[in-house]
Design a protein around this ligand. Structure first.
Ligand code: BMP
Length: 263
């Protein structure tokens, strides 16, 4: 006997913190505001890596459409590790279509993202129907789900100008339960007192750019100058000689700045 939607919502209320609060709690408990961007093409490798670095991160971000060996069984294994190690799973899907299509992309197909991803990324470009559709679909699962709206991108030449950012913030305020924060390069001013979580990608200590226009700043700059709560690091860790030690380094650097900012 499957619980109906209302019963599932009761489960959500009784067992889980709202997702924004949950992330803040993880950050404090684990002393980590590091999101590892595990941009690898092999899910088995991500599973192994998550066991090694899971204690040092608050979020694990993946791109499930680059995985050569994606199966629901493997992604459930990753989900189990995320619960054991207390980090949230984040699919960087960058939804950007009309509501009806994104709702299918979110819940159906080979990857059934909504079933396992605590968080996803969404572009505001199509208008706020995209958020209505994703939020509605998210209520079909028995766990809290949320999204980050892409307000500003780290890549050179991004078209996210001031007007676009302003409109994005307005959508976030309209869907404040589902939109838990932003992917951004600066602290965005909002008209409510909601503590939106700001995540900043493009973080690297030893590099300032890549050959395709990615632009990097240091963890301290991301947090203290740009106002990030969470730093997103991919190749800085993945391409290092020792992924575990480097993850610990970014954890330390990121959290030191996070504490400094919140004092
Ligand atoms: P790296 O640290 O290796 O440059 O990877 C950054 C990650 O963050 C990638 O997964 C990319 O898709 C994502 N990202 C980004 O770099 N800039 C943005 O503005 C938004 C992103 O999601």
């Amino acid at each position: 006997n499957q619980p109906n939607v209302d019963e599932k919502r009761t489960v959500v209320k009784s067992n889980y913190l709202p997702i924004r609060e949950h992330i803040r709690t993880i950050i404090e408990e684990k002393k980590s505001n590091l999101c590892l961007s595990a941009d690898l093409t092999n899910l088995d490798e991500i599973i192994e890596l998550s066991k090694q670095v899971g204690d040092y991160i608050c979020l694990l971000k993946i791109h499930c459409d680059i995985l050569n060996d994606f199966t629901m069984e493997k992604i459930r294994q990753l989900k189990t590790i995320s619960k054991e190690k207390n980090f949230l799973l984040f699919e960087d899907r960058k939804f950007a279509d009309i509501g009806n299509t994104v709702s299918l992309q979110y819940t159906k197909g080979l990857s059934q993202i909504c079933e396992w991803a605590d968080l996803v990324t969404v572009h505001a470009l199509p208008g706020d129907g995209i958020l209505k559709a994703l939020e509605e679909s998210s209520k079909e699962v028995g766990e809290p789900r949320g999204c980050f709206l892409l307000a500003q991108m780290s890549s050179k030449g991004a078209l996210t100008d001031e007007k676009y950012v302003k409109a994005t913030v307005q959508y976030a305020e309209k869907y404040q339960n589902f939109v838990i924060g932003f992917i951004a390069q600066s602290r965005l001013s909002t008209s409510s007192n909601i503590d939106y979580i700001h995540c900043t990608p493009g973080v690297h200590i030893n590099s300032s750019e890549d050959k395709f226009g990615q632009q990097y700043i240091s963890p301290a700059e991301a947090v203290l100058q740009r106002g990030a709560d969470v730093i997103i690091c991919g190749r800085a860790i993945l391409e290092s000689n020792d992924r575990v030690q480097t993850a610990k380094l970014y954890q330390t650097e990121g959290y030191k700045a996070y504490q400094q900012k919140r004092q």
